[in-house]
Design a protein around this ligand. Sequence first.
Ligand code: NDP
Length: 454
Amino acid sequence: MTATSHDVINPATETVVTSVPLASVEETDAAIARARAAFPAWRDVAPGDRARLLRRFADAVDADRENLARIEVENAGHTIGNARWEAGNARDVIAYYAAAPERLIGQQIPVPGGLDVTIHEPLGVVGAIVPWNFPMPIASWAFAPALAAGNTVVLKPAELTPLTAIRLAELAREAGIPEDVFQVIPGAGTVVGQRFVDHPDVAKIVFTGSTAVGKQVMAGCAQHVKPVTLELGGKSANVVFADADLEAAAAAAPYGVFDNAGQDCCARSRILVEASAYDRFMELFETAVRGVVVTDPADEKAEMGPLISAGQRERVASYVGSDAPVAFRGSAPDGPGFWFPPTVLTPDDPADRVLHEEIFGPVVAVVRVADEAEAVRVANDSAFGLSGSIWTRDVGRAIRVSRAIEAGNLSVNSNSSVRYWTPFGGYKSSGLGRELGPDAPLAFTETKNVFIAT
Ligand code: NDP
């Protein structure tokens, strides 16, 4: 029997927050039909009016920011500071793409015998499938550019974290965006998500989640030659060279991997340290890790909260067995909640699974590398290629290593990966296509070429 509702659990207290009905295949089909019916009118809204509606939506999110953040603290165990940033990011992303309807500019291409122009036309109904780790930002990265380009959107939040997506859809309606233009449909991945993939009236899928499910989604889309954007897992390297500002690199490193309790596709879960700086780095890093404030996520001082679920804690714990090479650990509260302390491992075997699998928890592996060439080789010894950092004072090295590492988003002397102005996405098994940045709306369009004979 498929469940008809899901109890949303507060991961910091293990208490039930609310129960959310889960959509059936029939309800999903009905929502897709409504989105399909709403498409022609939404496509034909004048660009300036569509822009105005999206700006109003961004304003509604802005006015509701604190409420959205509180919902996320309760639903996902995110620290209040992070949750406020996430609500602000959703606002900014909607505001940024509110400029797109009026700037979806084609080309005029010189050809003999006539005039040639390209037109970017919306696809129709876009299906967005969102994970539980960053419910608000990841939802907005999909729906905002899709709506801006003139598509209607059906969005499936993760079963574990549906509440902020439901609220965002309410805010869209309050802002005047027609109900069927942007629908949030909570449900199981194998029911609602799978139906988006299989339904012939869903013109494109945007999926963020595990590589395993992403491959299934891509295979399903292939049956319909349906375009798909995939944001999948990561095993990003934080490369620290001996010439770096070691104090700054070590102080920042915990937040590059333990932020959101490590449940971040960009988590720098491998730290590669040049051998001559290894001992000094580890000394500084230990102090920094022990200083991470792991506590009630609603506490203003919290820097890390619990994991999302008991199941996720079990998965993460499976990487830290009794024989694990633990160098040192931070703290975590006792009592209820899916807590796991920040944990630093120093594996000897380059094939150790902690160096290759996405743990999606507060566990980092530190490796010694001899020099620049070995750093690049080890950084690239991964099926994934999403993010990474390079810490060095040598500009030439920063550029060489940035070019050599196979990943979509690199930062030099910084661990930040996401800026809504810039493209985001992965190499290799980390995904397909890019989100964010100036070109994102084009991923939700077909390019039509029209030749007019003169
Ligand atoms: P999944 O890939 O299973 O879930 C992501 C989304 O896909 C959810 O909305 C899920 O729905 C949906 N989904 C599940 N099965 C299908 C399907 N057959 N067709 C269409 N949609 C589907 O990730 P998990 O939540 O299970 O997390 C497992 C691991 O994946 C994590 O521990 C982490 O390693 C990785 N992960 C990586 C993320 C990233 O950002 N790179 C994000 C999330 C997970 P439902 O909620 O019902 O399962």
